[in-house]
Design a protein around this ligand. Structure first.
Ligand code: PLP
Ligand code: COI
Length: 339
């Protein structure tokens, strides 16, 4: 494998400039063909809607090296579909699914040397994004758009990989009930910076967001979805329109049911009923599966399985999901796209 000099085993979730990125421009009603470029700087109008009115959205997916040395993407069609939901919500032009996947494939191929080797635990994170650009000052959609994809080799999002981390419950909301919580737009993340910082200052990895109308139900775990395992081995995950529909979460629901024979339920999860779970975790592309040691709420600290060790069900879910992603476990039809 390539000539880049990277300490794969000690990678964090941090930006590293790779060699090529993809850029396509939307102008006069259509996307151009797009091309790979070396420059990692964008030059855009000072009056771009992305800068003032948050007219931007993004995605996150990963490329994996298999034992045989192949490179594969995990469910990129799902990211393409979700990106289009985000684009539609912000009155931005949709990106054909084939164009989205082709852009991801081009970026991975051009940066092949940066795909971490099998067994290192690291992966190549792809960040597709779209922004409104061009001269505009009123609150209205941009005259032009850019769709870009860059990639970064990454290690675990939360320190320690499968080691449990603790969370506190945020006092702030990340998204309104009929707002933009269900789509992947930058504004949601801007709103999360302060509660995240408050949680970190209190000694937690991140914060849990409750449902914005009643503040009684769990919605998200930082930039990841929540799941809990009941004492009778059911996989439970919250349901709400202000949660980002996590591709990892829906994949885990399938894995739990079809690979591990568990019952699966998407329903309300009350913050004052954490006792119903013997294990809990956060799941997402960046977070993969991060076991939740405990949750602080109103001065009480609730521990699930352990603050030190991952629980057995969470480990099985992790092993099966990552087994599929790295090509060691047979994937459901259509989940893997070879690069
Ligand atoms: N929730 C939020 C707020 C996120 O940013 C992410 C990351 O994409 C997720 C959940 C997990 O979604 P996915 O599994 O599709 O990466
Ligand atoms: C992801 O898991 O892809 C995320 O979006 C999380 C975060 C880095 C924003």
């Amino acid at each position: 494998m390539g000539s880049v000099n990277i300490d794969w085993k000690n990678l964090r979730f941090e930006y590293i400039k790779t060699d090529y990125r993809y850029v396509s421009r939307y102008k006069d009603g259509s996307w151009d063909e797009g091309k790979l470029v070396e420059d990692n700087k964008l030059c855009i109008s000072e009056a771009s809607t992305a800068l003032h009115y948050g007219q931007q959205c993004f995605e996150g997916l990963k490329a994996y090296h298999t034992k045989e040395g192949k490179i594969q993407l995990f469910r990129p069609d799902e990211n393409a579909k979700r990106m289009n939901k985000s684009l539609k919500r912000l009155l931005m032009p949709e990106i054909p699914e084939e164009k989205f996947i082709d852009a991801c494939m081009q970026v991975v191929k051009a940066n092949e040397e940066y795909v971490p080797p099998y067994g290192s635990g690291a992966t190549l994170y792809l960040r597709p994004f779209a922004i409104g650009v061009g001269d505009n000052v009123g609150v209205k959609p941009a005259p032009e758009y850019l769709f870009c994809v860059f990639c970064v080799p990454v290690g675990p999002y939360f320190k320690g990989g499968l080691k449990p981390v603790n969370f506190t419950v945020a006092e702030h909301d990340r998204a309104a009930p009929k707002g933009t919580g269900g789509v992947k737009v930058g504004g949601n993340y801007a709103a999360s910076l302060l509660p995240h910082e408050i949680a970190v200052e209190k000694g937690y990895a991140d914060c849990i967001y409750l449902d914005p109308s009643t503040h009684t139900k769990i919605e998200e775990v930082g930039a990841a979805n929540f799941f809990g395992i009941t004492k009778d081995d059911k996989f439970i995950t919250p349901k709400s329109e202000s949660i980002l529909p996590s591709i990892t979460k829906y994949s885990l629901m399938h894995v739990a049911k079809e690979y591990l024979g568990m019952e699966v339920e998407e329903r309300d999860v009350y913050i004052d009923k954490l006792d119903e779970f013997k294990e809990a975790g956060a799941c997402g592309t960046a977070a993969v599966i991060t076991p939740i040691g405990g949750i602080e709420y109103n001065g009480d600290f609730h521990v699930f399985y352990s603050e030190e060790e991952v629980g057995p069900v969470t480990r099985k879910l992790y092993d099966t999901l990552t087994g599929i992603q790295f090509g060691d476990v047979e994937a459901p039809k259509g989940w893997i796209k070879e690069v």
